[in-house]
Design a protein around this ligand. Sequence first.
Ligand SMILES: Nc1ncnc2c1ncn2[C@@H]1O[C@H](COP(=O)(O)OP(=O)(O)OP(=O)(O)O)[C@@H](O)[C@H]1O
Ligand SMILES: [Mg+2]
Length: 220
Amino acid sequence: MHGVGKSVTGPEGEVRILDDVDLTVGEGDSIAIVGASGSGKTTLLSLLAGLDLPTRGEIALAGQSLTSMSEEERAALRARLIGFVFQNFHLLPSLTAEENIALPLELSGREDPERVGEVLAAVGLGDRRRHYPRQLSGGEQQRVALARAYVAHPRILFADEPTGSLDQTTGRHVSDLLFELNRHNRTTLVLVTHDLSLARRCQRVYLLGNGRLTEQAAAA
Ligand SMILES: Nc1ncnc2c1ncn2[C@@H]1O[C@H](COP(=O)(O)OP(=O)(O)OP(=O)(O)O)[C@@H](O)[C@H]1O
Ligand SMILES: [Mg+2]
């Protein structure tokens, strides 16, 4: 993204969320974005993934300009290239864990029950496959959301606080899984996190504050 600004009009007038943000993420990179609550991290991630459009500036994904595409073109590009773990999971309440995870494969005409079983096991939910979201704990829902985001082998995985609802051990397991995807499949990782142990495992860490993004020096 280049020169990106984002303002929205809320109930209390104009909110300037992002001011002038530049960011380049290479294929196979892993980056973490940190910053205070309300600093605009979720907004930034939604823009990078083409879920939202900036007020100013340019954003390209895999060499294609998101800012000059139609909504349908952006949706098609997202379906082909990206996985997204939402901060509040966005699971479909009327589908079981297994059905939620199978959805991206079905939508792209690549049904693959074996793959679904594999990712369910990888996130430690082999024995919860037929539970509906309301029958899952917050951390279990978060892991279903992660499984759904990577089941269809995305080139880029965006994850908004992927370990936010997990205990330390489960969080470590989920972050191992993310970096395994990064190492073995060269899946690009763009993570928003308050979890410093997760952030430190990324190649680069950026701090968002006052509408601007600055790269943090590598930890000693
Ligand atoms: N549609 C909207 N209308 C008005 N204000 C909004 C809107 N969306 C976001 N905001 C405001 O923009 C700011 C940034 O929101 P955002 O969700 O990106 O923050 P965040 O860094 O992800 O925070 P958190 O760590 O709490 O998840 C917040 O102050 C929020 O209230
Ligand atoms: Mg957020």
